[in-house]
Write a protein that binds this ligand. Sequence first.
Ligand SMILES: NC(=O)c1ccc[n+]([C@@H]2O[C@H](COP(=O)([O-])OP(=O)(O)OC[C@H]3O[C@@H](n4cnc5c(N)ncnc54)[C@H](OP(=O)(O)O)[C@@H]3O)[C@@H](O)[C@H]2O)c1
Length: 331
Amino acid sequence: MNKTILLKNRPEGKPEISDFEFTNMEKPTIKEGEILLETKYISVDPYLRGRMKDADSYVKPFQLNEPISSGIIAEVIESKNESYQKGDYISGNLEWKQYQASNGDNLLKVDPSLAPLSAYLGILGMTGLTAYFGLTEIGRPKKGETLVVSGAAGAVGSVVGQIGKLLGCRVVGIAGTDEKVEMLKSKFGFDAGINYNESTDMAKDIASATPDGVDIYFDNVGGSISDHVHAQMNRFSRVIVCGAISTYNETSIPMGPRVEQFLIKKSALMQGFLVGNYADQFPEGVKQLATWLKEGKLSYTETVLEGFNQVPEAFIGLFDGKNKGKMIVKA
Ligand SMILES: NC(=O)c1ccc[n+]([C@@H]2O[C@H](COP(=O)([O-])OP(=O)(O)OC[C@H]3O[C@@H](n4cnc5c(N)ncnc54)[C@H](OP(=O)(O)O)[C@@H]3O)[C@@H](O)[C@H]2O)c1
């Protein structure tokens, strides 16, 4: 038995379980030069929603009736490739299957003695690197500046806020529940937090949480939350456009206020990015994140669903804010 999850339909609006097909495939046998991998942890990420659309993007769309893929930690359970030994653990962009063969290309060995395996999908993986490079390369934080983070209690946002604190910023997080806002302050050291689902006046709440205005806005969500933050930006401020999850399930792109006026009047910078832009600096980024983690200067949290078949549920849960920190499935 080799449980596999395929894309059955291209979701219209918010994805549903019926958009996925649970099937069984043959367990592969490996040829010379290949390894057999057993999936241990699966990362679900908001960007996968974009790959479910049949649209041109920076990565090819998933094909209907084919396995979906994402960041996976797997164990090498058989090897006919001299670069890998049985018992090695790897991280890579792999298919949503319990077992798969690989020629070993584009995989990264991970060391379970240095950090828990799941950390390589989060704080020491793609989302940690997104936080680190987006904030340091585009935000260029300076001591005493005010940093606002949306999607603050998620995998990227929770790390952005902590790095902001390490670099001397005053950090304000925006998240979807009181419990998350409390976690931002008590566990991750944010100075203030706003629950956007409870706020009756976001413009006022953001303004009162940022009495000196906003120097850096790390945006994970887009939409109306961001419109309100833009209104508070200072001169020479930076808006880091990392994600726009509030719009990913829209069937047409919603209109908001035009940004040109505030960018001009405030001489502000607004820049989007893909973490892959910094691929050649990943080793340096992982080293820095691992050092801070070891020194106890960074911490992280995960929401882990148990069981391979929970992958679609975990993915859909991202759009309902079901996760604190990185959303992961333990196979
Ligand atoms: N540019 C890049 O290279 C790059 C790389 C990684 C991730 N990203 C982007 O960064 C963002 C965060 O990714 P992540 O992996 O860290 O996910 P995440 O924040 O761990 O999970 C998604 C969170 O988004 C919030 N959310 C869902 N729907 C929302 C809505 N309509 N309005 C406001 N918030 C909403 C939920 O938290 P609440 O309970 O707070 O609503 C949910 O927990 C995503 O937009 C993602 O696409 C970009």
